[in-house]
Design a protein. Structure first.
Length: 145
């Protein structure tokens, strides 16, 4: 992997999420406020756009990538290639992007941000989740954490 090198000592952060959340938006707002041009923030997700959910948000990211219909490993690999991150911040629920990031990005630290532990409340993530999905979530949580 070719790492991006900035003359400004810029830090590159990649947020990974199935669905972007308000926590990611708040992190990005705070980091941009404090670090300004010293940080490059990318967001890769498979869900709805921040603007659709909250009425704003994309302006706090230097790059936003939305993908659907590809494997988790492919999704994460492409996001890493685009962002050249120094740190990956992956949010859970479900945890599959963290697991893919840990496998794909061997040299890049992955921070796993646990929002909720699906196995504790046994309700699933999607309304269509069955017992097999619930069992898989428990295994994925353990691997991600």
């Amino acid at each position: 992997m070719i790492r991006r090198v900035s003359g400004k000592g810029e830090l590159s952060l990649l947020f990974l999420q199935p669905q972007p959340c308000i926590r990611t938006l708040n992190y990005a707002k705070a980091l941009k406020h404090v670090l300004g041009s010293k940080i490059c923030i990318s967001l890769a997700h498979t869900g709805q756009e921040l603007r659709t959910l909250y009425g704003y948000g994309e302006e706090y990211f230097d790059n936003v990538s939305r993908r659907k219909g590809e494997s988790h490993a492919s999704f994460v690999s492409k996001a890493i290639e685009e962002a050249s991150p120094d740190i990956i911040h992956s949010h859970n629920a479900p945890d599959y992007l963290t697991i893919a990031a840990k496998k794909v990005s061997r040299r890049i630290p992955v921070v796993h941000d646990t929002h909720e532990v699906l196995s504790l409340h046994h309700s699933g993530y999607f309304s269509s989740d069955n017992e097999e999905s619930l069992s898989r979530y428990a295994l994925e949580e353990k691997a991600a954490n």
